[in-house]
Design a protein around this ligand. Structure first.
Ligand code: FNR
Length: 381
């Protein structure tokens, strides 16, 4: 806040708008249709993406007074690691289609604040490149679980060697959903191989090719597609991941309370309650609407993280109150990236943390552990 007022006195305006709707609108003007709709788009009619927001709108905070919240901290722990705030950057693939620095810019911005960026398997830079850009920042890796065990083991070994600690296994995107806007763009980003850097740089992946991807892109893409789309993993394969990862494992894309129980029974360390920002099953339930029952059922056995529709500090607070330990932030930082690379991501992330800090305090809480079910009202849907 001091920084904002002092900048104002010096006639220094923020580098980008802090209003998310305006930021999205200007990303719309800046980006070509394909990249913009890849970020902004959703599955089918967009019903689930809308439902995610409507669910947040139906939950209202009930602020408390005179609680001493001038003294407060956003610091928390997730899976035993200290974090500056209950916020992580969600895995977002093929980031170089919105800015050439892509995941490297995002990793630098996140690391500067000590916020984990969850690196996507569909990244446009390799595991080692993103790790280097992360510097001393915390590193989480998101796995799209390939059909080939050797390639999977190789990717996991590389991620461990590169200093990634937690593994987020995304279950809801074993094949890409019906996304009309991406179909309009003929999935050009993928066809051009931008989201394949992790696989194409992998020794086990390359060993299965007659010529390296740099010499025969077509053959590499034809090996990649059946390995990473239409995969057939089931619950009984989870021990494979445990055997190849010696840190915490979280399952992302959990929406049914029985799946949450199953993840806990399987000895997973955490789950991410998520519908992929409404990008997979059109008509699926809002992620926020299933958070309370899932947190209630398994919150004492696994750490429950949340994403899908988080936009503001108040949204983070609502998710915490309804049982999340931390949230993942998706599309908004991609718009920041589109605007100004590392600086754009930093602006969006710092804005969210400052908004969260103010809203948490003004609601009468002194830490992320403060808000509980009594601090919100859920209006009838
Ligand atoms: C995603 N998401 C995603 N998830 C994942 O596990 N691996 C990935 O590669 C991607 N890629 C991706 C690209 C883009 C452009 C978007 C918008 C999203 C899903 C992401 O991690 C998260 O679940 C949602 O973005 C959360 O919803 P909000 O915050 O965008 O509403």
């Amino acid at each position: 806040q001091n920084e904002i007022y002092l900048n104002g006195l010096a006639d220094r305006l923020p580098p980008f708008t802090t209003d998310l709707a305006a930021l999205e609108q200007s990303a719309r003007e800046r980006l070509a249709d394909g990249p913009f709709w890849y970020v902004a788009g959703a599955a089918g009619s967009g019903a689930t993406a809308r439902a995610n927001r409507e669910a947040f709108d139906r939950v209202r905070l009930v602020p408390r007074m005179l609680t001493g919240a001038t003294e407060r901290s956003l610091a928390t722990t997730v899976l035993g690691s200290a974090l500056p705030a209950p916020v992580l950057l969600a895995p977002v693939g093929v980031q170089s289609i919105v800015h050439p620095d892509g995941e490297l810019a995002t990793a630098r911005a996140a690391a500067a604040l000590g916020v984990p960026m969850v690196m996507s398997t569909a990244s446009s830079y390799s595991i080692e490149e993103v790790a280097e850009a992360s510097g001393a920042g915390p590193r989480w890796y998101q796995l799209y679980w390939p059909n080939d065990d050797e390639v999977c083991a190789s990717i996991l070994a590389r991620a461990r060697a590169a200093g990634f600690t937690a593994l987020v296994v995304t279950l809801d995107t074993w094949t890409l959903a019906w996304r009309p806007r991406d179909l309009d763009a003929a999935y050009l980003p993928f066809i051009r191989g931008v989201g394949t850097a992790v696989a194409f740089s992998d020794p086990a992946f390359r060993a299965g090719l007659a010529k390296p991807p740099e010499e025969d892109l077509g053959a590499a893409v034809l090996r990649w597609v059946p390995m990473f789309t239409g995969t057939d993993r089931t619950w009984d394969r989870l021990p494979f991941l445990r055997a190849h990862w010696d840190g915490p494992i979280l399952l992302k894309g959990i929406q049914h309370v029985d799946d949450a129980r199953r993840a806990a029974d399987a000895g997973m360390d955490g789950i991410v309650v998520s519908n992929h920002g409404g990008r997979q099953v059109d008509g699926a339930v809002a992620a926020l609407d299933v958070l309370p029952e899932i947190a209630e059922a398994v919150g004492d056995r696994v750490e429950v993280l949340f994403d899908s529709g988080v936009r503001t500090g108040a949204d983070v607070l609502k998710a915490l109150a309804l049982g999340a330990r931390a949230v993942l932030y998706g599309r908004p930082y991609a718009y920041g990236l589109a605007h100004g690379g590392e600086e754009g991501v930093a602006h969006v992330l710092r804005s969210l943390l400052a908004d969260l800090d103010l809203t948490l305090g003004l609601s009468g809480h002194r830490s992320p552990a403060g808000p509980g079910p009594d601090d919100v009202r859920r209006l009838p849907g």
